[in-house]
Design a protein around this ligand. Structure first.
Ligand code: PMP
Length: 440
């Protein structure tokens, strides 16, 4: 007999409660999602919910983009999965296609499955290549839940798992809205960077391997590194013989209005990791580095042959993603729509006193909620009241909440969203802010 399927929504939730591990701090979303298409997901009542999370950032091209459907259907029928050592055309084509979108020094590509895994592989590369083992990251970082990636992740709880990998060093995140150092009333990020590296030098035992960072800390609260910061950071790394790993899981592939967020600063990382956006909904990630680092790692026995390394199916999907982005000039789309989104959010700020800050790049925008604009007092539960109201009104938004920090709404719709859908999302957020404020 065929495997039994759940029937009614009641049976669905009872079965979910009985059999699923709860893998996040909060409960599951209360909606049973039956279908997704374009910028929307649809629940079991047929209600359309605008997806401003891009399926938590991986649905760069919305849901069920025809080019992705086509590449998956073709690959699954003709060339699905191979022994790790075997190569196929989609893998080599994708590696070359990625290299063409990048500065010449980033020419060597390793194709894996998830973001955490790509950072794990990048950190191992940095260790092997430098001979050091210490890894530095920002205190609002998120790089994944696997061993080394989670050791470099300070944005979620580390409590309860015992010691992380030794040699992890944490430094403050440069946050222009909540600066640690100011000069003449302005964020003095240079002083913060010097302070951060004074901390690094104090903590290091002389075995620095890498600094890992996102150019815009997304899950960390949509914190854009100040212009100039990355170049200065790269310099500090070079002076210490450590590598700069940039994690563009969320920012890579046009989302911020550039193909890669690091391009704004004209800084090339030693190692770049891509994930979420590269697979447009499917698990695909990449570690990209220079010939020199690749060669040194290989000589020293680098091993990262996973079950799904260099798999043809996700590689074919990645190629389709690059094709769509290139042909549609989606870097420009993200810039134009991002401006429209930011303008809309700034207008909401004029009308809603709980909005303390609007910030971000392209189609990755953050709205920080406070109870008082002068004191910047965190808005506490108000953020969840807003996202709950949004959800009821048909808009799904992520919310970032750190202990002791504000609620930050993250707006990251797919790059394929229409102007009308974008405006509709802003309209719902407007109504939700009003509804949540009235209830306080
Ligand atoms: N890096 C960044 C910047 C991320 O946002 C995430 C996921 N939120 C990861 C890495 C981890 O990716 P994955 O969940 O695919 O392992």
């Amino acid at each position: 007999a065929a495997v039994r399927r759940v029937g009614s929504a009641d049976e669905f939730w009872a079965t979910a409660r009985r059999h699923l591990v709860r893998y996040a701090r909060s409960d599951f979303s209360p909606a049973l999602i039956e279908r997704a298409a374009g910028s929307y997901v649809f629940d079991s009542d047929g209600r359309a919910i605008l997806d401003f999370t891009s399926g938590q950032m991986s649905g760069l091209l919305g849901h069920s983009h025809p080019a992705i459907v086509e590449s998956v259907s073709q690959s699954i029928a003709t060339l699905d999965h191979l022994f790790s050592w075997m190569l196929s055309r989609p893998v080599v084509d994708l590696a070359a296609a990625l290299a063409r979108t990048l500065p010449p020094s980033l020419s060597k590509v390793l194709l894996l499955s998830t973001g955490g895994e790509s950072n794990e592989a990048a950190i191992k590369m940095a260790k092997l290549s430098t001979g050091g083992y210490e890894v530095v990251a920002f205190d609002q970082s998120y790089h994944g839940v696997t061993h080394a990636s989670s050791a470099a992740t300070y944005g979620v709880s580390r409590a309860g798992y015992g010691p992380v990998a030794p040699g992890n060093i944490v430094v403050p995140t440069p946050n222009a809205y909540r600066p640690l150092f100011t000069r003449d009333g302005r964020h003095d990020w240079q002083a913060e960077l010097d302070h951060a590296f004074a901390m690094v030098d104090r903590q290091s035992t002389g075995s620095l391997a890498a600094f890992i960072a996102e150019p815009v800390l997304s899950t960390g609260g949509v914190i854009d590194l100040p212009p100039g910061y990355l170049a200065a950071l790269k310099q500090k790394c070079a002076e210490r013989g450590m590598l700069l790993i940039l994690d563009e899981a969320q920012t890579g592939l046009c989302r911020t209005g550039d193909w890669y967020a690091f391009q704004r600063d004209g800084v090339t990382p030693d190692i770049l990791t891509l994930s979420k956006t590269l697979g447009a909904g499917l698990p695909l990630s990449a570690v990209i580095t220079s010939e020199e680092i690749e060669a040194r790692c290989h000589e020293r026995g680098y091993y990262f042959a996973t079950t799904h390394v260099s798999d043809p199916l996700p590689a074919a999907v990645g190629l389709a993603v690059i094709d769509v982005l290139t042909q549609g000039a989606y870097d420009q789309t993200a810039r134009r729509l991002g401006d429209r989104l930011q303008r809309g959010l700034s207008e909401l700020k004029d009308r809603h006193e709980h909005i303390g800050d609007v910030r971000g790049r392209g189609l990755l925008q953050g709205v920080e909620l406070v109870t008082d604009r002068d004191t910047k007092e965190p808005a506490g539960d108000f953020g969840s009241a807003v996202t709950d109201a949004c959800f009821r009104l048909g808009l799904h938004l992520n919310i970032v909440q750190f202990p002791g920090s504000s609620s930050i709404l993250r707006l990251a719709p797919p790059l394929t969203i229409t102007d009308t859908e974008l405006d509709r999302g802003l309209d719902i957020l407007d109504q939700a802010l009003t509804a949540a404020a009235q209830r306080r």
